[in-house]
Design a protein around this ligand. Structure first.
Ligand code: PLP
Length: 453
């Protein structure tokens, strides 16, 4: 029997993050100041973000950005993460494909989010910031940021999407255990929150609204910055440790992936696993397929439009060139809360436009069927978000079987689902649906967007 898992040592943790924009022929279009419609200058981001992060956000020239020693020290707590050959899943599928997954669920908070949370808290601390604000959907980013804030002695306020606040009370407890203040969004504590509550008193919240509230509080509070867990280019950058490790581990396995898959919310874990591999395609013309797996209920990459849009509901953020369903798109309340975001980051959007990657949409019931099969075959209960990547990997493996060909598949297991068992319960009880969108619904939102921007 060949090896089941491929481990690296602490010394193999990457010393630099990979900035893919340096290697892209067509750079992502600039983010725009919504007032002037001119490209945002670095200084304009300073009220919102730590300077080092603002610099990383706009850096399109340096392919490698050194990881600070203190961040790397923290990474050592759980990195390098294992790369696992999913023999159990291969057998269950009776496929000739070789399936590998990178297991980011082994981080202390159970997801890949800590890779960027630690980095962002570090850079804020370096600049004398004392308070930070953020938003969280399903609670994974909030949990990661709460721990990272505690490590670096920062006070954190988290706006948590209201439906998750009530549906996932233990995520809130986790954040509170790490010492964060958690507020259900929309709230009465901000202008953005009050406005939406006045218009829609029963609104259950969205990531877009929670971002508006966190941004507003950060701008109004002295010595306070805002941090975001996805979408922005500096977050994608920090997550590349995933793919850089996986690259070495695939070498240990003696294989190179034909296809690399990540589930897709705003794009951070997808970018993390795929960009280091994509660099071989950009720089050496290597054949490799990159696939983003998004929920059918929030299909920005498969059915959205490529255009400038806001990152948040209220329109406080710069305009971002993205595949989007419109910043006031309210996705169905699927359990993969981390995938309920209206747009995709600017780097991924450009790559998608230029044909460097593909996207598939996965229905909620298919994601849970894949999650259950994976759990039974590999002994790990995946996060409902990660289940979308598993479902896409299974489709690839089944295709390989039909064609009777070997195919090497790598996917990112972005997190575990041990705090999502209520969602599994509903699935087993037959209480979950698929929430597909009609073309009319998608087109109506996109038409709205054209009117606004
Ligand atoms: C947040 C989250 C996602 C989605 O966010 P991306 O930025 O698209 O990676 C996926 N999986 C897990 C486990 C998450 O917590």
């Amino acid at each position: 029997m060949s090896l089941k898992k491929f481990l690296l040592e602490e010394k193999d943790i990457p010393t630099a993050w990979y900035n893919i924009t340096a290697d892209m022929k067509n750079k992502p279009r600039p983010i725009l100041n919504p007032g002037t419609k001119q490209p945002v200058k670095e200084e304009e981001l300073y009220p919102l973000f730590a300077k080092a992060l603002a610099h990383q956000e706009l850096n399109q020239t340096d392919a490698w950005i050194e990881i600070p020693g203190e961040v790397r020290e923290m990474y050592k707590i759980w990195r390098p993460t294992p790369l696992v050959r999913a023999y159990g899943l291969e057998k269950a599928l009776d496929t000739p494909a070789h399936i590998y997954f990178k297991n980011e669920s082994v981080s202390p908070v159970g997801s890949h989010k800590l890779n960027s949370a630690i980095a962002q808290a570090y850079f804020c601390k370096q600049e004398g910031v004392t308070n930070i604000t953020t938003e969280t959907g399903a609670g994974q980013w909030g949990a990661a940021m709460s721990y990272a804030a505690k490590v670096f002695g920062l006070e954190l306020a988290v706006y948590m999407v209201k439906i998750s606040y009530h549906q996932k009370p233990y995520r809130r407890s986790i954040m509170q255990t790490f010492g964060a203040q958690v507020i259900a969004s929309p709230s009465m504590s901000t202008k953005a929150g009050r406005k939406i509550l006045t218009d829609h008193p029963n609104y259950q919240g969205s990531l877009g609204t929670a971002i508006s509230e966190a941004v507003e509080l950060a701008i109004q509070t002295p010595n306070c910055k805002y941090v975001l867990g996805s979408v922005l280019s500096h977050v994608m950058l920090h997550q590349t440790v995933i793919g850089l490790e996986a690259e070495k581990q695939m070498e240990l396995a003696g294989e190179y992936p034909d296809v690399v898959i990540g589930c897709f919310g705003g794009g951070s874990n997808f970018s993390g696993i795929s960009f280091p591999f994509l660099r071989h395609k950009l720089n050496e013309g290597k054949e490799i397929r990159i696939v983003a797996a998004e929920p059918a209920s929030c299909p920005k990459l498969t059915r959205g439009a490529f255009q400038y849009d806001f990152g948040d509901e209220a329109g406080y953020t710069p305009l971002i060139p993205m595949f989007t369903l419109g910043h006031n798109f309210a996705p169905a309340h699927i359990h993969a809360g981390g995938l309920r975001y209206h747009g995709a980051g600017s780097i991924v959007s450009q790559l998608r436009k230029d044909g460097y990657m593909e996207a598939v949409d996965i229905k909620q019931l298919d994601s849970f069927a894949a999650a259950t099969l994976f759990a039974q075959a590999e002994g790990i209960i995946p996060a409902p978000e990660s289940a979308h990547a598993i479902a896409a990997a299974i489709q690839e493996a089944n295709q390989a079987k039909e064609e009777g060909k070997q195919r090497t598949i790598l996917f990112n297991l972005s997190g575990h689902g041990l705090i999502d068992m209520a969602a599994y319960d509903q699935y087993f009880a037959g209480d979950l649906g698929n929430y597909e969108l009609s073309d009319e619904e998608v087109n109506a939102k996109l038409a709205d967007l054209e009117k606004i921007i």
